[in-house]
Design a binder for this molecule. Sequence first.
Ligand code: GLY
Length: 344
Amino acid sequence: MKVLTVNCTNKTVVYFNSVFNLPSVIDIKGKKVAIFISKKVNEDVLHTLISSLEDGGANVFSYRTGDGEIIKTIEKVSLFSSFLSINGFNRDDIIVNIGGGTVCDSGAFAASIYMRGITYVNVPTTLLCAADACLGGKTAIDVGGVKNLWGTFWQPSAVIIDCNLIDKSENTFNNGISEIVKYGVIDKNFGEKLKAIASIDQIKSNLEQVIYDCLKIKGELVEIDEFDRAQRRFLNLGHTVAHAIESASGYQTGHAQAVAIGIYAESLISLKAGLLCESKYSEIISMLNLFIKDYAKIPNLLPLISYMKGDKKNLSGKIAFSLPCNDGVNVVYFTQKQLEDLFK
Ligand code: GLY
């Protein structure tokens, strides 16, 4: 069994293991466990998990949640908190989030504010969540139509990567590929590995290792910059453009498609700004070509600047980008005027 330890607040241990082995990796004896689980996860999985947790000595409660951005609201978090409170949960008890990024984001947010913080475990069921969002403790809900406006840093005590639970249907699986390519751009060695893997089918065949590699890269950045003030921002590569595309489309363009376009657009921006040479730019394009369709459908970027101006990582009125550069990823700030010139 692969294990990855991330030395951040709480210390997160990532276990590559069956979710049904949870009692052997987390101390649950005599505790209450709330399973916050996506409606998309099979009923049999829930039943078997409940039995295994009860056999391990836990008092188990389950809460079926919807899925998608609609569950990342204060109302849903409030309902879930009431569920915990009615069932007498206290700070020694545990939440287990099972689902994709939206379930883990909102379940983790609830965990971070309930009684000022309760232990939680993430069990991702989508590739997008498994390769990125499940680790690092960024919790979030959407407020006033703004994605991830409210959030906290609250680290999971454990993450369980159970590849049997990961949704392999084409759309959902392919949604995770842009984040994996992002890691290939951030980390040269992983980029070489990805080029050798060369197809989505081969990612499926090497799934555990690919997820391990992505989480290892992320874990190292979280260890050195848990609160996202410096190196962790490299993980936002492609995301300034992506978030603007998602917002401008009223979230009709999905995150994965937006990140794919974002990686391409931000590589072009870096090339145009003289921060990325032709050969390194071509390497990124060949990686995109291997795994992603439609990454080149860049909309007109000029009207997107107004959305970029709302990004939480901007500084002194300048817009922040995590750009692929000749010496690796760098956080670069542009004025509106500089961006207008680059986007022409
Ligand atoms: N998904 C980027 C981060 O966790 O920092």
